[in-house]
Ligand binder design. Structure first.
Ligand SMILES: *Cc1c(COP(=O)(O)O)cnc(C)c1O
Length: 397
């Protein structure tokens, strides 16, 4: 069994992917060929925003967002302490200061109470301007953007959505007029939102890729410039310092095929698999004699995850036992079941950030880094596979 079976996906989509790749090879338009614009239009339409700009990877997508918003030296950017390194790395790379905020122990996403504490603490410190929040849709589940928007509005801050893992997730929200509900998709919640097409993400390509989303025409124009060396209207007049960060035509062509499968069945399939995991793990936990509590992922009412990861928490509720996650992983591996720990170290404990001033306590991030375990998850897992993982998990504890 594979943790994320990309070969099985390729086998299912082979005919269309092979044709798409061959067409690009024959066209010779390897940089900014037609499939790039076509993909951008399809992505913007699916997400429900005006502009989508494809780029080289999800990290650059965040960098492009920060550049468009003018984030730099003296700015505080609030980032969850429990995420992939890139979410905070980009902030430091722009010369701004990442301020680590604790996460909600149930959803794993940025915690608004901790964010309020961190903002207050930055105000008191008086050396930094609170400038933006980067909220991450961790493991595929959108962050609490309704609450976050209230805070960023009040503080005059920008809201950036790091949807690298979130593409395809959604939230049912009351309509703006107050009449009924509407479903909003991930990558539409930020002033600028980003995603990644790294192969293992919910929508992945065959190498590196990413995209930026916004409704704002001015920021879209800036990002368009920044992604090609800060180009002006005349190609060889560069008006700002930018990046070389385009999405290859080949990747765009592959993504168009994969986006179709994602919309038609893959997103629905991972949700069925997640439900089955939760049903089995939730049902079996009662029979464990040993004092280990398995908590399946929590999806709040009205939220839909795109299941970049299916991540359980393992804990010893009595507090007097010990539990070795590595031993469990080794036992599962021996049974042919790969598992991963996302993430074993909070941002604030990373070597690269160890000199950073701490503005907020992040106990939940630390606790999660010790207790989480991600199980095999992808749209081509069978019910049999899920049953095997769930059973072996229970037997191996
Ligand atoms: C993967 C990831 C990124 C970076 O995307 P790349 O395409 O690998 O550069 C950023 N943020 C989060 C939360 C991610 O999971």
């Amino acid at each position: 069994m594979e943790f994320r079976d990309l070969k099985k996906q390729y086998a299912a989509l082979k005919e269309d992917i092979d044709r798409a790749m061959t067409e690009v090879a024959a066209s010779g338009a390897f940089i900014m060929g037609n499939p790039v614009r076509e993909l951008e239009q399809e992505l913007a339409e699916y997400v429900g925003v005006k502009h989508c700009l494809a780029c080289a990877n999800g990290t650059d997508a965040l960098t492009l967002a920060l550049k468009a918003l003018g984030v730099g030296k003296g700015d505080a950017v609030f980032v969850p302490d429990f995420t992939f390194f890139a979410s905070a790395e980009v902030v430091a790379l722009e010369g701004a200061t990442p301020v680590f905020v604790d996460v909600d122990p149930k959803t794993f996403n940025i915690d608004c109470k901790s964010l309020e504490d961190a903002i207050r603490s930055v105000h008191d410190h008086m050396t930094l301007r609170p400038k933006a929040v980067i909220a991450v849709d961790l493991f595929g589940q959108p962050a609490d953007f309704a609450s976050l928007r209230g805070i960023t509005k009040r503080e005059g801050m920008y809201l950036i959505e790091d949807g690298a893992q979130g593409f395809g997730g959604s939230v049912k929200m009351p309509k703006a007029g107050g009449d009924g509900f509407t479903v909003r998709r991930a990558c539409s919640f930020g002033d600028i939102s980003t995603t990644s097409f790294f192969p293992a993400k919910p929508l992945g390509c065959y190498g590196d890729g990413g995209a930026v989303f916004t409704d704002n025409d001015d920021w879209a124009a800036l990002i368009e410039s920044y992604r090609v060396h800060g180009k002006g209207s005349y190609k060889y007049d560069n008006v700002r310092i930018g990046l070389n960060s385009r999405l290859d035509t080949l990747q765009a062509a592959i993504l168009r095929v994969k986006l179709k499968a994602f919309k038609e069945h893959e997103l629905a399939d991972v949700n069925k698999i997640a439900d089955y995991y939760t049903q089995l793990i939730g049902g079996m936990t009662r029979f464990i004699k040993k004092e280990i509590l398995i908590t399946p992922p929590y999806v709040p009412e009205g939220y839909t995850s795109s299941w970049a990861q299916y991540t359980i928490q393992l804990s010893v509720p009595s507090g007097n036992g010990t539990f070795n996650r590595e031993v469990l992983q080794a036992k599962l591996k021996a049974k042919g079941i790969p598992t991963m720990v996302y993430y074993p170290t909070p941002m604030s404990k990373q070597t690269a950030f160890k000199e950073m001033h701490s503005f907020a306590l992040t106990p939940h991030a630390l606790e999660l880094s010790k207790s989480v375990l991600s199980l095999p998850m992808h749209p081509y897992l069978t019910r049999e596979d899920v049953r095997t993982v769930a059973e072996q998990l229970i037997y191996s504890i």
